[in-house]
Design a binder for this molecule. Structure first.
Ligand SMILES: Nc1ncnc2c1ncn2[C@@H]1O[C@H](COP(=O)(O)OP(=O)(O)OP(=O)(O)O)[C@@H](O)[C@H]1O
Ligand SMILES: [Mg+2]
Length: 269
């Protein structure tokens, strides 16, 4: 049994050592270790654990990553003992997504309630989002819930389009609500300047942000990290422009999410 607090690395290694030593099940054991999202482990802790595992007898490692080049994070002394076989899964196409959705729809919906164009539309929309099966399922589920809420007899393509907006809406509000306070202040400053129709340079943003944060304000330097993070999350975009000879370059910041949605979320926290 694993205690609620989890196991430390040492406890895990020792437990497996003990099992191997006592040969607890009376058979020759092979340990298969599955490391999902292995790039995160490699990035954070380095390849030490992989090294230990590849140098231990009777251990097989199966690792999963979304990054085709994750092996660059492994040093050659480890790659040489990996003896690995790589399997690449290409993103799902619309037809494959349709198959997955049809299988689920069979279980989730009563016969005949889905209009014929619903599954093809969900599949096409998700195929555009890098073939994300999770997104395809989410669209279908939300479309069904919206139809249910309306007491509609059928799920239609209109429900799917509404579902897309609802998922987008929830994603933006969730991101904003979980941002640290000072980042929320930065967003509020961007919102204010956007509403005033101002071109937003980092300098102007910092002035506005300082107004809002008063004595809690972080340094100008830190603001650049915040801007980067907000851009990575897709909430803003930045564009570097040159002001002409000798005047240097300026970052122009633009909001990339719905203004009203941002305002409503920021002020409901
Ligand atoms: N071939 C499939 N048949 C049925 N359902 C599938 C199939 N592929 C994916 N799914 C469904 O899509 C969802 C996401 O799948 P999964 O968790 O395996 O994704 P993943 O490849 O690990 O993605 P991530 O990189 O985000 O971790 C799950 O709900 C899963 O049931
Ligand atoms: Mg996964």
């Amino acid at each position: 049994d694993v205690p609620n607090r989890g196991w430390t690395k040492g406890e895990i290694v020792n437990t497996f050592r003990d099992i191997f030593k006592t040969n607890a099940f009376g058979k020759k054991l092979i340990l298969i270790v599955i490391l999902d999202e292995i790039d995160i482990l490699l990035d954070k802790d380095g390849d030490g654990i992989l090294y230990t595992l590849t140098r231990t007898d009777n251990v097989s490692v199966l690792s999963i990553s979304n990054y085709l080049d994750f092996k660059n994070l492994i040093k050659s002394r480890v790659t040489s003992s990996l003896n690995d076989k790589e399997i690449v899964f290409p993103p799902y196409g619309a037809d494959q997504l349709s198959d997955i959705l049809s299988e689920r729809a069979e279980l989730a919906f009563s016969d005949g309630v889905l209009n014929d164009d619903v599954i093809p539309l969900c599949s096409a929309m998700a195929a555009k989002e890098e073939g994300d099966a999770r997104y395809a399922l989410d669209l279908l589920k939300n479309a069904g819930e919206l139809a249910f809420d309306e007491d509609s007899e059928k799920v239609t393509s209109e429900h799917v389009k509404m579902a897309k907006d609802r998922i987008e809406h929830n994603k933006v509000t969730e991101i904003i609500q979980t941002l640290p306070l000072q980042q929320q202040r930065v967003l509020e400053a961007i919102l204010n300047l956007t509403k005033q129709d101002e071109e937003i340079s980092s300098g102007k943003l910092y002035e506005e942000y300082k107004e809002l944060s008063k004595k809690d304000a972080v340094t100008y330097r830190r603001i650049f990290d915040f801007i980067n993070e907000l851009e990575l999350l897709g909430i803003i975009s930045t564009n570097t422009i040159s002001r002409g000879r000798g005047k240097g370059r300026t970052n122009i910041i633009k909001l990339q999410c719905n203004e009203n949605l941002l305002e409503a979320t920021l002020f409901s926290i």
